[in-house]
Design a protein around this ligand. Structure first.
Ligand code: FMN
Length: 191
């Protein structure tokens, strides 16, 4: 079982996968809080990434949903490194647009996240789900129309001319960063 409590200045791995960079934006916001107490490396998990986990005393992983699934690369990384992840203070957050709905925005009520966490051998110390964003003009024809149709079914915003439709609750992201610091540093005096 985990977990050691961190000391100020310890190193934290912030690892993410993304398509349109909303997960990166969320990770950067979290980093802006963690940086006050810990030393953070922000790394995109590409299939070719070589990461030496011995450098890190804690890890936070973030990934977004595409057509019902979190990144395969992220899942493979977790399956390869779950023993390390289970032995350090750790966190996971997922990003998707279904999480814009109040009854689908926790790891227990967001089905993608519930299924994902149940399918891996890692038990993160804390987990969250954040609503993402839509960038209709950036999508190809197929994706734009698929997402528009899915949003229409869910009574969401279907205006494909808007450059960005952001659902992310930044206060919730800030609270998660606070919670991560509280858990890892073993103190509530974090902000
Ligand atoms: C092609 C495509 C498929 C998506 N599929 C889903 C989905 O199945 N369920 C969902 O809730 N959100 C879905 N989304 C919304 C994304 O999860 C959301 O845009 C998120 O902010 C993407 O984060 P990223 O930019 O870090 O990849 C999809 C978005 C795109 C463009």
């Amino acid at each position: 079982m985990n977990k050691v409590v961190l000391n100020e200045g310890d190193k934290v791995l912030l690892l993410y996968t993304t398509h349109e960079k909303q997960t990166l934006k969320i990770m950067q916001r979290i980093k802006s809080h963690l940086d006050k107490k810990l030393s953070c490396d922000l790394i995109e998990l590409l299939p070719t990434a070589q990461i030496d986990l011995n450098h890190y005393q804690a890890a936070l992983l973030g990934s977004s949903i595409r057509y019902g699934f979190y990144s395969k690369v992220m899942k493979k990384f977790i399956q390869q490194h779950y023993q390390y992840l289970n032995n350090v203070p750790s966190g996971f957050f997922g990003v998707n647009v279904v999480a814009r709905k109040a009854n689908k925005n926790t790891p227990e009520t967001n089905l993608y996240t519930k299924k994902f966490l149940a399918s891996i051998p890692w038990r993160p110390t804390i987990a969250a789900v954040f609503a993402g964003a839509l960038y209709y003009p950036q999508y190809n024809w197929f994706d734009r129309n698929m997402i528009r149709f899915i949003m229409w079914l869910g009574k969401g915003d279907t205006d494909v001319t808007k450059p960005v439709i952001e659902f992310t609750d930044w206060q919730k992201v800030d609270q998660f960063a606070h919670q991560f610091l509280t858990q890892t540093l073993g103190s509530s005096e974090t902000f």
